[in-house]
Design a protein around this ligand. Structure first.
Ligand code: CO
Length: 135
């Protein structure tokens, strides 16, 4: 498994527009895309930052993210690591006994494939693996 870099850092927010206004005003960062993931009940915005990005995630209904916000409030939600071979990486994680949230990669908000590792196995940090796939 080869890590290609820190793909993005995910931050849970309760109001995406307010958060976007803050990031623009405070840091001059602007969203390159805003996507609604209906099946996960989240809306996400990606803000490019150097060779990585900040992903702001807002719940648009009941789900894992709304529960996270109820329990812990706004804040750091996950880190996303870029990998070259997500299927091989997941196999390796499984062999190591790492608990997976996604046994099978799923389409990511920006295209490509993503899979989450369970924080129980990763020192309490939700880790997303991302593979950019060319169409
Ligand atoms: Co993410």
């Amino acid at each position: 498994m080869t890590l290609e870099g820190l793909e993005h850092i995910g931050i849970a927010v309760s109001d995406l527009e307010e958060a976007l206004a803050f990031y623009e005003e405070a840091f001059g960062l602007k969203a390159e895309s805003i996507v609604a993931l209906e099946e996960r009940n989240v809306r996400v915005a990606f803000l490019p930052l150097g060779n990585t990005k900040i992903e702001l995630l807002e719940p648009i209904g009941e789900g894992a993210l709304s529960r996270f916000l109820e329990r812990r409030g706004e804040g750091l939600h996950h880190i996303a690591l870029g990998v070259s071979d997500i299927h091989g990486s997941l196999e390796r994680m499984k062999e190591m006994g790492i608990r997976l949230v996604d046994e099978v990669p799923r389409p990511g908000a920006e295209g490509g494939l993503v899979a989450f590792l369970h924080p129980q196995s990763t020192r309490s940090v939700l880790v997303e693996l991302c593979e950019e796939t060319s169409l």
